[in-house]
Each structure stands twice: as C-alpha cells, then as structure tokens.
Design a protein. Structure first.
Length: 270
C-alpha cells in the first residue's frame, strides 16, 4: 500500500513537472496557501474564540513560574540585604577597634592590657596589622556583596515589571475575548432574526384553492350565459322590468281599442 502511494505521488509530481515545468513549486505553494485559507475560512468563529481562550489560559503556568522566581529572588535579596547590614555594622565596630589600637600604639607605651591580659607593644602592633588586613578584605567582600545586591534588586525589579506586564496582557486579552463573545452573540442574534424562514406552504395552497374556486365559478357563469344561446331565445325574462297597474290598463286598452273603433263606425252607419 505504501509503495502504491509513493508511486502515485511520484506520478503526480512528474505530471505536474511536465505540465508546469519550473513553475511547479510556485503552483504547489499557491495551492497549499489557498487550501489553508479555505480551511481556515470554514473554521467556526466560536472555535477560534475557544482556541484563543485556551492560548490565554496557557499563560497561567508562565505567570506562576514568574511569581515563583520573584518570590525566591525576594527572599534571597532580603537575606543578602540583612547580611550586608550585619557585616556593615561589624566593620564599623572593627574600624573603631583598629583606630583605638592605633591610638594606643601612638602613645608610646611598652605594654598594654586588654581583657585582663598584658600584651607588649609588638604583640599589639602585630594584632593591629592582622586586624587591618582582615578589615580591608571584609570591606572588599562587603563591596562585592553590595554589587551583587544591586544586581539582584535590578533583576527583581525587571521580573516584577515583566510579571505586571504579563498580568495586564492576560487581563486585556480576557476583556477582548469577552468583547468578542458579546459581538458574536449579537451577530448570531442578527443572523437568526434575518434568516427566519416562514412556512408559507399553507398560504400558497389557500391562494391556489381560491384561484381554482374563482375559475370554477367563472366556468359556471359562462355555462349559464351559453344556455340562452342554445334555446334560441333572448333571455329577456331576466332583464324584464316588472309592470305596474297603469301599464297593464294601457295594454288592455290598446288590445281592445282596435275592435271598439269598427263597432263605433257600424253604429253610426245604421
């Protein structure tokens, strides 16, 4: 089966190369792009909104990770800040001791008594030298730690700003998604209002029935009109005007009057 598919693919590519020549890659790229656009156009808007909402939700792990890093940096920074403050106070104390020993040696005394013990001037000078070297080393360490603290504070500030930006972006995207959802509901409601289909089959059948009834009545009226033509008589009965009593008397006079006139002439002849 795989071999058949490979042979079919090779055959299609060969045919395409034969038809389109060097422009085959361009045709393939354009076809693929058109196919992607067509498929994307068929994706429902609801699905795209859901996909966008899922992408926004995927920001949550990154936000939580950033929060974790910031929390750790805040703790570490505060600890370093406390250590620097403590060492700074200790250096100030060591500085006062060094200055005190220096002042004692400057007095020219041969011995010095500290904490119930007596020390020679050489012992005090040697101790002072060691203390001074340690002080300078501790001071350098403190300066380095202060630089580290400054760098940590800058990094912490940058991460806090990044977290604030991520949170605001997430909130903005959520608001935009809600607006898109509301707009989609409005569009769907408008589409539903404009695409309402009314079943007018009953209305069409009623109109057709009335038309047929009118046709049947027209046919009956035509048949009635033609029935008079078949009998050969003028249908005057339907249009005759009812006669009154005066009309009837006149008709009777007219009927008998021609006979009355000859009778009157005969009587005169006699």
């Amino acid at each position: 089966m795989l071999k058949k598919l490979l042979f079919a693919g090779v055959g299609v590519l060969s045919l395409g190369a034969l038809v389109f020549g060097a422009e085959l890659p361009s045709y393939l790229f354009t076809s693929a792009k058109s196919l992607r656009s067509a498929v994307k156009a068929e994706v429902p808007v609801e699905f795209e909104i859901a996909r966008a909402r899922e992408l926004v939700e995927k920001l949550v792990p990154d936000i939580r990770k950033c929060m974790q890093v910031i929390a750790e940096q805040q703790v570490d920074t505060q600890q370093l800040r406390n250590q620097i403050a403590s060492r700074s106070g200790n250096l100030d104390h060591q500085k006062q001791l060094i200055l005190s020993q220096k002042a004692n040696l400057s007095s020219g005394q041969g011995t010095f008594r500290y904490a119930g013990h007596t020390y020679s001037a050489n012992d005090v000078q040697r101790d002072l030298s060691i203390r001074f070297e340690r002080f300078k080393a501790a001071e350098q360490t403190l300066a380095a730690d202060q630089k580290v603290l400054l760098a940590r504070e800058q990094t912490l500030t940058a991460n806090q700003e990044k977290l604030a930006t991520m949170l605001k972006s997430k909130q903005d995207l959520e608001v935009q998604l809600e607006q898109l959802t509301a707009r989609l509901e409005t569009v769907r409601a408008a589409e539903a209002a404009t695409s309402v289909t009314i079943d007018d089959s009953n209305l069409s059948r009623a109109r057709e029935l009335i038309t047929n009834l009118n046709r049947q009545l027209d046919i009956k009226e035509k048949l009635i009109d033609q029935s008079g033509q078949i009998s050969g008589l003028i249908p005057i009965e339907e249009s005759a005007i009812p006669q009154t009593t005066e009309d009837l008397a006149r008709q009777i006079d007219n009927y008998f009057q021609p006979e009355a006139k000859p009778q009157a002439g005969v009587a005169q002849a006699h």
